[in-house]
Design a protein around this ligand. Structure first.
Ligand SMILES: Cc1cc2nc3c(=O)[nH]c(=O)nc-3n(C[C@H](O)[C@H](O)[C@H](O)COP(=O)(O)OP(=O)(O)OC[C@H]3O[C@@H](n4cnc5c(N)ncnc54)[C@H](O)[C@@H]3O)c2cc1C
Length: 264
């Protein structure tokens, strides 16, 4: 079992408005001494801002040994979003040890990246790190115009910008079902609103029959509209799945199915 994770106190050195909904924060200061990147392209840290006790996760857009850059989506309501939307330069924040989950097999023939604006920082870093080595396609759903992000992603012919519908409800899951998949074995990475991600995990397992090593799909945030009052305890499902020799992905699918049943 891991012991208490390392924490770092950093200062907000700079704040830049990259687009109407994306704010870049550059963190630095002596408190970051010892911070070490995992080198995993979608790595994230827990961030605790003033007045907040529970961390939220943010992708390490870059770390050069002195400055740690995160790009924060400014949405309607939320501790971090409201803090980042104001003048936070000079504030102190706490950062947790980074972790990552991107694990493209060495022999992947292609890479597909799909995400909403919260996943854009990770997709940019993944494309910068791996996009030259393997044919890569990117789909980004954003409330902002694509022109706002000129230069944000590495120059790449395979980027499709999708407009977030006016009702604010992501359509990424439906979009993924229409993707024409490249031939051969590759790697699919996707992140965004949790309900969309659940739908896609199911699609990848049941329809595309991908092995769990061929994809990584992460819920980055949970929409209130999709939030359900009734909960399913994952513990018994996890234990039963493990006892039956199921993979983590199969157990996830069982969990999703149980949640769907209580949500009907
Ligand atoms: C591994 C990982 C990496 C992430 N990387 C990034 C990143 O680089 N940049 C980034 O901006 N986010 C990222 N996120 C998502 C971010 O952690 C969440 O959006 C977080 O909930 C925002 O915290 P908050 O305090 O602003 O809002 P919260 O207090 O968590 O939520 C308040 C309300 O806002 C809603 N909400 C939360 N996020 C959004 C959103 N994006 N759009 C619309 N409504 C929302 C919630 O449903 C809730 O009702 C990442 C998440 C994970 C798990």
């Amino acid at each position: 079992m891991s012991t208490r994770a390392e924490q770092y106190v950093a200062e907000v050195l700079r704040r830049e408005q990259l687009s109407p909904h994306l704010v870049r924060l550059t963190l630095g200061g002596p408190g970051l001494a010892g911070f070490t990147s995992t080198g995993i392209a979608d790595e994230w840290v827990g961030l605790v801002v003033p007045g907040q006790f529970q961390s939220r996760y943010y992708t390490v857009r870059s770390w050069d040994g002195a400055a740690l850059v995160i790009d924060v989506v400014v949405h309607d309501v939320g501790l971090v979003t409201e803090w980042a939307g104001g003048d936070c330069v000079g504030d102190q924040v706490t950062i947790t040890e980074p972790r990552g989950s991107f694990a493209m097999p060495d022999d992947a023939a292609w890479l597909l990246l799909v995400g909403d604006i919260t996943a854009l920082p990770a997709m940019a870093r993944i494309a910068e790190t791996h996009g030259a080595a393997v044919p890569t396609r990117i789909w980004v759903e954003t409330p902002d115009r694509p022109e706002e992000f000129d230069g944000y992603l590495p120059a790449h012919p395979g980027t499709t910008w999708l407009t977030l519908p006016h009702d604010g409800a992501s359509r990424l899951a439906a979009m993924v079902e229409t993707i024409e998949w490249p031939a051969g074995d590759g790697y699919f990475w996707m992140a965004g609103e949790s309900a969309q991600m659940r739908a896609i995990r199911k699609f990848l397992m049941r329809d595309r029959k991908l092995p769990s090593t061929a994809y990584d799909v992460m819920g980055y945030w949970r929409s209130v509209a999709a939030r359900q009052p009734r909960q399913v305890d994952p513990g018994p499902i996890w234990r039963a799945g493990k006892a039956a020799g199921k993979t983590d992905e199969q157990i996830w699918a069982d969990y999703d199915q149980a949640r769907e049943q209580v949500e009907q």
